[in-house]
Design a protein around this ligand. Structure first.
Ligand code: HEM
Length: 381
């Protein structure tokens, strides 16, 4: 077997389209050892699905395999059941008290304002002019908290995403931890003044009776802000890029949940989710040992021909469509409904209003393997 050479995923061409590399790995094995980062690379759908659902054998809380985790990193995302269940249920309550109709109106109004500001001006950068401001407004509105200054928040938030690739770029680890701490400081500021009724006010009020530790609560609110902003804004960009690569005469407006989900399968931004193996076990045809890291390549699994017929094509009414773009199992995305709602509004409006929208230049990808995104996307509507 040839070494997969995971660092090749950082080449700009691979950041724009990693699928040729994923296919090469998958032809060797759906569960492949990489000696550079000493981890298993999982490209098969069935194997990814199995590991994501199996919190007993594959943990998100790395303390279970002896890795020290500072309290500042303990959150919804880094705990396992049963501790995870308490904070997850509390956050679910938060999502339930948020009003989807109000969110819909806010997103539509904000999108109209942003598009009005750019549609007459010729080519513009979709990332900074639409995707980021729209998503920041949506996520803070959902949380019922003040919107931070975008020029402070976005670079800080991107530093956290860079930190998620620290097995490939070790220099990104420390800045990522520091940026998380700074963002948790913002959450602490929110709680100093009374908040309007809604998501955050509800979970803060309910945390003591739900048995959720205050620091875990703060960190988890940070996770909702960070995960929600990054994934949803990056998806507007990776999704639009996929749509603009279709010739105008073959495009359809992506204005319904089914079509948005097909776009998440095909061009979702989250490419990797990792777990640590807790007990010696078997995944696919490989023996996995306690302590080893297993990285599920969701982007690859979402194009596994064993699961999806004609996986390289966009089929807007694909049914069923059990893609892994929102994860699966105990840590599956809590904001999937919100993400689909925002994307449906944005892609629907763009598709209907600007049928001849086009790319002005090739996008510049961010150097992120875990969560794909672009520095800029120059488009003309
Ligand atoms: C297209 C947009 C989105 C994509 C592709 C996406 C994808 C994902 C994925 C793959 C996971 C699983 C992580 C894992 O297995 O460890 C996840 C978890 C999560 N997502 Fe999303 N997400 C999106 C939007 C959102 C939004 C808008 C929010 C919040 C407003 C959100 C909040 C969360 C949270 C809180 C978790 C952690 C859940 C847990 O660990 O229990 N996501 N997301």
């Amino acid at each position: 077997m040839t070494d997969p050479n995971i660092l090749s995923l950082l080449d700009p061409a691979a950041l724009l389209d990693p699928h040729p590399i994923y296919r090469r790995w998958h032809e060797q094995s759906s569960v492949l050892w990489d000696s550079d980062i000493e981890a298993w690379l999982v490209t098969g759908y069935e194997e990814s699905f199995a590991a994501l659902r199996d919190a007993e054998n594959f943990c998100q809380d790395w303390r279970r395999v002896g890795v020290d985790t500072p309290p500042s990193l303990l959150s919804l995302q880094t705990l396992d059941p049963p501790e995870h269940t308490r904070i997850r249920h509390l956050m679910l309550e938060g999502f339930k008290v948020a009003d989807p109709d109000r969110l819909e109106r806010t997103v539509r109004r904000t999108l109209d304002e942003l598009l009005a500001a750019v549609e007459e001006q010729g080519p513009f950068d979709f990332v900074s002019k639409v995707a980021e401001p729209l998503t920041l407004r949506a996520v803070t509105h959902l949380l019922g908290v003040p919107e931070p200054d975008k020029d402070w928040f976005v670079p800080l938030s991107n530093t956290i995403v860079d930190g998620m690739d620290s097995s490939l770029r070790p220099e990104c680890y420390e800045p990522g931890v520091a940026a998380r701490a700074e963002l948790t400081g913002l959450v602490g500021e929110w709680l100093k003044s009374p908040l309007p009724d809604g998501f955050t006010a509800h979970v803060v009020h309910r945390a003591p009776s739900a048995g959720v530790d205050h620091e875990v609560l703060l960190n988890s609110l940070r996770v909702v802000l960070q995960a929600g902003f990054q994934t949803a804004s990056r998806f507007l960009v990776t999704g639009l890029l996929a749509l603009l690569r279709i010739p105008p005469e073959q495009r359809v407006p992506v204005d319904n949940d089914k079509a948005v989900n097909e776009l998440v399968r095909f061009a979702g931004p989250v490419h990797v989710e990792s777990r640590a193996c807790v007990h010696d076990t078997v995944l696919g045809d490989q023996k996995i040992r306690k302590g080893e890291i297993v990285s599920m390549f969701l982007g690859a699994a979402n194009r596994d021909p064993k699961m999806f017929a004609d996986p390289e094509s966009l089929q807007w009414d694909r049914t069923p469509n059990r893609h892994l773009g929102f994860g699966r199992g105990p840590h599956a995305c809590l904001g999937a409904q919100v993400a689909v709602q925002v994307a449906r509004i944005a892609f629907g409006a763009i598709g209907h209003r600007y049928p001849n929208a086009r790319l002005v230049s090739e996008p510049v990808p961010r150097p992120n393997v875990t969560e794909h995104g672009m520095h800029s996307l120059e488009v003309s509507f």
